[in-house]
Design a protein around this ligand. Sequence first.
Ligand code: NAI
Ligand code: MG
Length: 343
Amino acid sequence: MKYTITLLPGDGIGPEVMGAAVRVVDSCGLGVSWEPHIVGQEAIERFQTPLPPEVLDSVRKNRVALKGPVTTPIGKGFGSVNVLLRRELELYANLRPVRTLPGVRSRYSGVDLVIVRENTEGLYSGIEHRLTKGVVASLKVATEAACLRISRFGFAYARKHGRKKVTAIHKANIMKLTDGLFLDCARLIAPEYPEIQYEEKIIDNAAMQLILNPAAFDVLLNENLYGDIISEIGAGLVGGLGVVPGANIGEESAVFEAVHGSAPDIAGQNRANPVAAILSAALMLEYLGEHESAQRITAAVHAVLAEGRAVTADLGGKATTTEMTDAVLRSLERAPAAPHAAL
Ligand code: NAI
Ligand code: MG
C-alpha cells in the first residue's frame, strides 16, 4: 500500500459521510489503506477517554487523517475532541476554501474565498474559571508565536495559490492586547509578500461586508473564534454546511474534515450530504500530492451538482447519501481533470 491514513468516522452523520468519502478515494485506486479509530462518546464508553492515545499515535505515525464530525456535549461533559486533536497535534492552521458550486442554489454567484483560522488558542484555550458565585471568566490567549505562524501560513497560502489579497479580521479596538498582537504579527509578515494586498477589517463589519459583497474578499486571516463564525457565514454564501470542506494543517501532520458537525437531527437516516466529506478527502489527496485524483474527484462532484438529479435534501433533491455517492462514483469514471486544484 502506498498510503496508510488514519480514519476517524466520528458519530452522528459522521460514519455515513465518511463511508462515502472512503468509497470515492478507494475508487481512485491509489493504494490507500485505512486505519480506523473511535473517538468521542463511544471512546469514553470503551476506553474511558474521548481521545485515546492510540489515535494521536496513529495520526503522528501516518501524518494524515480523514475525520468525521464528533458530537461535543454543550455546557458540561468532555471537552471537544476537535480542540484536543488540533492542540495535541499542533494543527495550527484551519483552512476552508469556500466556493460557489455549479448547480447549488444560493443568493450569490462567483464566491471564491479562502478562510484561514488559527486553531490552537484564543477563546478555545478552554481556560475558564468561576471567580465568585455568579461570576465566571474565560481567558482569550494570544501568543506571538501562534499569531506569527498563522499569518505566515495565510500569506504563504495566498502566494502559492495566486491569491491577490489577505484580510486580517480583528476586534483590536476593544481587545487591544490580544487582537492587537494578532494584527501586529500580520503587519510584520505582510511586507514579506509585497505582491499580495493586505488589509484589516473589524469582525462585525467584516461579517456584514461578507454578506453584502463576498467578492470583495479573497483570503481571510482569522483568530480562532472569528474564523469559526466567518467559516459558517462562508458556508451560508455557497449553499450551506453540506458542501464546504476543510483541513487542519500542522508542521508534522494534517487532519481533513468538513466544516459541518454531527447533525444529530438527520443522523442514521442516509440523508446527509456527502459532498463536504468527499471534497475534504480531495483536499487530503491534494496535500498528499495526488493532484490528478483530487482534481478528478472535484470535477465528478461538480458534475453531479451541476446535473442536480442525484442530490440530497439540503440541496433541494431527493437522493439519499448512498445514491448521491453512487452518482459521484459513476461521474468519476467519466470525469476529466478539473481546471483548478482543490487546495
Ligand atoms: P451541524 O453542522 O451538525 O448541523 C447544523 C445544521 O446543518 C443541521 O440542521 C444539520 O442537519 C445540517 N447539516 C450539517 N451537515 C449536513 C450535511 N452534511 N448534510 C445535510 N445537512 C447537514 O451543527 P450543530 O447542530 O451546531 O452541531 C451538532 C454537533 O456537532 C454538536 O455536538 C457540535 O459540537 C458538533 N460539531 C462537530 C464538529 C466537528 O467534529 N468538526 C464541527 C461542528 C460541530
Ligand atoms: Mg463551526
